[in-house]
Design a binder for this molecule. Structure first.
Ligand SMILES: Cc1cc2nc3c(=O)[nH]c(=O)nc-3n(C[C@H](O)[C@H](O)[C@H](O)COP(=O)(O)OP(=O)(O)OC[C@H]3O[C@@H](n4cnc5c(N)ncnc54)[C@H](O)[C@@H]3O)c2cc1C
Length: 493
C-alpha cells in the first residue's frame, strides 16, 4: 500500500532522504520555513553578486556518488577537486603556507619550521588512515538499536586506536610535530567540526587523512548552491511538492503515532510517516516539548561554535587571496580556549575567507570579487547580544586589508552580515550553533539524538544533529541511514 511521507526541512539531508524514499515508492511532500531550499547550504544574491552562504567545500565526494547510484540519477552538478586545498597566514608574519596534496611539495612549505615534516606527516597519516578505514563502514555508517549494539560494534575496532580516544586532536599532533605552525594548521580540522583542537577527540585527526590522502576536498563548478539547484530539479522530476514559508510549530498525536503536524498559520499536515530534517535535538525541544530535551538539558550539551559570516562585494582584484584562505592570530591556544565562553575580544579575530569568483567569474560583476568571511564565535548561550556586530565586521575588514595589502573598506560595494541570531532564526539552529551538536564521544553513535523517535513509531530524523554527524557528506549518509530505518519498518513499496 502506498505510504505518504512528510519531510520537515529542505536541508541536504532532507532533500536526499526525499529522493531516496521517492525512488523506493513512497509518496513524498516537503515543508520548509525558509524561502528557498538548501538549509545551511544556501545562497544569497544581492547587488549583482552571488554568494554561497555556508559550506564552501566538502570531503568524501563518493557519498554523493553512492546517492546518485541509489536514486538512478546522473550527477546534476560537477565536482571540482581542490589542489592546493587552502592557504594559511599568521598575523604579523610574512610567510603564507599553501597546503598542497602532494606531500613533497607540502613538506617544502614547512622546510624551515619542521625539517622532518614528510617523515612525521607520513607517520600521522598512516595511523589516522588506519583508524578511518577501521571505522568508516564498521562504526560511522550504521544505525544503532541498543547500547549493547553500540558497545559490541566499538569492541570490533582494533585496540591500537584506544589512545586516540583519550587524547585530544592537539595532543595527537603534539606527539608528531614540533613546530607550532604545523600543529596549528593541521588542527584546523577541529574547527571544521565546529570545535577546537583542545576539546576534540584525537580520533578526528582522521580528517587530516581525508583531506591530504583519501578523497581530498571538493567544491562545485558554478558555486556550492549548484548542488541544491541540481537536486531540486530531481525533486521536481520525482513529482515531490515543496511548500516554502511553512514552519512546523505544533502537532497532534494518536495512540503512539504522530497524526498531524501543524504550521505557524494553523494549517495541518497529515502523513503516514514524518521525517524531521530540522535539528534533531532542537525539534524535540521546541515542537514536541520532550522532558529529555528541555532548554536546561540542551544547554548542558556540547554545541558547535556559532557562525559570524560576511558577504562582501569588492571592487578590483585582490591578488593576495586564493580561493580558500585562513587567517590566524598569534595567540592560538589562548584564543581557542576562550572562544566558546565569550571571553574573546572582538579586535583580533581568527577567520576564513573564500573567494568563489576566483574560479566562478559569474558570481561577481566584471572587475569585482565576492568574498565570503566566516569567523567562528560563541553561541547565543554565551553571547546573546550581537548589537556590536559592526565592530567585529570592521575589525575583520581592516585586518584582512592589512594582511593582503588591499584597501577593502574603500572598495566595498556590497556588505551583508549574518550573526548567530540571524543564523539561528533562518534555519532554527539551536542558540545559533552552526554545525549542530558537537562530536564528543558522549554525543556520537548511540548517544547522539536518535534517527527514530522515542515516542511516535512513525517519526524519524535526518540531518546534522542525529547520526552520523555534521557536514555535507554526513548529511548524505544520514539520509541513507534514515531510509534504512524506514524501510526496516515499512519495507520498499
Ligand atoms: C557557515 C557554515 C559553514 C559550513 N561549511 C561547511 C563546509 O565547508 N563543508 C561542509 O561539509 N559542511 C559545512 N557546514 C555544515 C553543513 O552546512 C551542514 O552540516 C549541513 O548543511 C546540514 O544539513 P542538514 O540537512 O542537516 O540541515 P539544514 O541545512 O539545517 O536543513 C534543515 C532545514 O530545515 C528547516 N527547518 C528547521 N526547522 C523547521 C521547522 N520547524 N519547520 C519547517 N522547516 C524547518 C530549515 O530552515 C532548514 O532549511 C557549514 C555550516 C555553516 C553554518
Amino acid at each position: 500500500m502506498e505510504k505518504n511521507v512528510l519531510i520537515v526541512g529542505t536541508g541536504l539531508a532532507g532533500i536526499t532522504a526525499a529522493l531516496r524514499l521517492s525512488k523506493l515508492g513512497y509518496r513524498v511532500e516537503m515543508v520548509e520555513k525558509y524561502h528557498q531550499a538548501g538549509g545551511r547550504l544556501n545562497q544569497l544574491r544581492k547587488d549583482g553578486f552571488t554568494w554561497d552562504i555556508g559550506p564552501s567545500f566538502f570531503s568524501m565526494s563518493y557519498e554523493f556518488d553512492e546517492f546518485f547510484k541509489f536514486c538512478g540519477i546522473d550527477p546534476p552538478f560537477e565536482f571540482v577537486e581542490l589542489d592546493p586545498l587552502y592557504t594559511v597566514r599568521f598575523r604579523g608574519k610574512e610567510k603564507k603556507y599553501t597546503i598542497y596534496k602532494d606531500l613533497d611539495r607540502l613538506a617544502e612549505q614547512f622546510r624551515e619550521v619542521e625539517p622532518d615534516f614528510r617523515k612525521r606527516m607520513d607517520k600521522l597519516l598512516k595511523s589516522a588512515g588506519r583508524f578511518f578505514h577501521d571505522t568508516e563502514d564498521r562504526v560511522i555508517k550504521k544505525n544503532y538499536n541498543s547500547l549493547m549494539h553500540w558497545l559490541t560494534t566499538l569492541a570490533t575496532v582494533p585496540m591500537v586506536h584506544l589512545p586516540k580516544l583519550i587524547r585530544t586532536v592537539w595532543q595527537e599532533l603534539d606527539r608528531h610535530f614540533e613546530s607550532e605552525e604545523v600543529k596549528q594548521i593541521f588542527s584546523l580540522v577541529a574547527f571544521f567540526l565546529g570545535a577546537t583542537p583542545y576539546d576534540t577527540p584525537g580520533v578526528y585527526t582522521l580528517l587530516t587523512y581525508t583531506e591530504l590522502v583519501h578523497d581530498g576536498y571538493h567544491n562545485v563548478k558554478g558555486g556550492m548552491y549548484k548542488i541544491v539547484e541540481g537536486l531540486m530539479k530531481e525533486i521536481d522530476k520525482a513529482g515531490i511538492t515543496v511548500h516554502y514559508h511553512t514552519e512546523i510549530t505544533g502537532y497532534k498525536e494518536e495512540n503512539g503515532n504522530l497524526r498531524q503536524l501543524i504550521d505557524q498559520n494553523g494549517n495541518t499536515w497529515d502523513a503516514d510517516i514524518f521525517v524531521i530534517n530540522s535539528d534533531a535535538a532542537g525539534f524535540r525541544h521546541a515542537v514536541f516539548e520532550r522532558k529529555k530535551f528541555t532548554e536546561q538539558k540542551l544547554d548542558r550539551m556540547k554545541w558547535t561554535l556559532a557562525p559570524f559570516t560576511m558577504y562582501l562585494g569588492v571592487k578590483g582584484k585582490i591578488e593576495g587571496l586564493e580561493h580558500h584562505n585562513y587567517f590566524l592570530g598569534d595567540n592560538f591556544e589562548d584564543y581557542a580556549n576562550k572562544i566558546f565562553k565569550n571571553s574573546i575580544t572582538l579586535d583580533k579575530p581568527y577567520y576564513y575567507v573564500n573567494v568563489n569568483s576566483r574560479s566562478n567569474p559569474d558570481m561577481a560583476p566584471e572587475g569585482h570579487e565576492n568574498l565570503f568571511v566566516l569567523c567562528p564565535v560563541p553561541d547565543l548561550r554565551y553571547k546573546p547580544d550581537w548589537s556590536d556586530r559592526e565592530e567585529l565586521a570592521g575589525n575583520i575588514i581592516d585586518d584582512l586589508s592589512e594582511q593582503v595589502g588591499y584597501d577593502i573598506r574603500s572598495n566595498l560595494v556590497s556588505n551583508t552580515i549574518y550573526d548567530p541570531v540571524d543564523w539561528g532564526k533562518a534555519f532554527n539552529l539551536y542558540k545559533g550553533s552552526g554545525l549542530g551538536l558537537a562530536h564528543d564521544l558522549n554525543q556520537i553513535g548511540y548517544f547522539r539524538p536518535k534517527n527514530r523517535d522515542e515516542e511516535y513509531r512513525n517519526v524519524f530524523y535526518t540531518g546534522a544533529s542525529t547520526i552520523p554527524g555534521t557536514g555535507l557528506p554526513m548529511a548524505v549518509i544520514s539520509s541513507k541511514l534514515v531510509t534504512e530505518r524506514i524501510t526496516g519498518t515499512y519495507g520498499s513499496l
